[in-house]
Design a binder for this molecule. Structure first.
Ligand code: ZN
Length: 133
């Protein structure tokens, strides 16, 4: 499927494209005729099975719904600990990301955050990050 060189880091095409959009301030989500929100890549709505998915602009901010502070991480995130991961409510969709810009233990449910794309300390991998607004 890829037209890039064989030695290039493999891309998770749909997800990386979606991160590119977030990074550019043009995040999107998928909406079906029944107003269910979901995240790409998808071919059908995960809620009702509709194949009629359209891209809609992702709201610019969300609200933290739950938070977990990670003190012991998998090797891929070993140098990032401690860090907080949160599920944030963006209206039609919920996103999971790493919280930065505030001490992990100080992240509170209800905090308004904006999504951005940053890199992990450990492997320099792109991740979805929430920063308080
Ligand atoms: Zn649906």
């Amino acid at each position: 499927m890829s037209t890039h060189g064989a030695d290039e880091t493999p891309r998770d095409a749909g997800y990386d494209d979606w991160l590119d959009g977030i990074e550019a301030g043009e995040g999107i989500y998928l909406s079906c005729p029944n107003d269910h929100g979901s995240l790409p890549p998808r071919r059908v709505c995960p809620h009702c099975g509709s194949p009629e998915l359209t891209e809609e602009p992702l709201p610019g901010t969300g609200e933290i719904e739950s938070v977990t502070v990670v003190h012991v991480a998998a090797p891929s995130h070993a140098d990032d600990v401690p860090y907080a991961t949160a599920i944030a409510d963006f209206g039609p969709v919920r996103l999971t990301g790493m919280v930065r810009g505030v001490e992990p233990d100080a992240v509170e449910v209800g905090t308004t955050v904006a999504p951005t794309v940053e890199r992990t300390e450990t492997r320099d991998e792109r991740v979805l990050v929430f920063r308080p607004r």
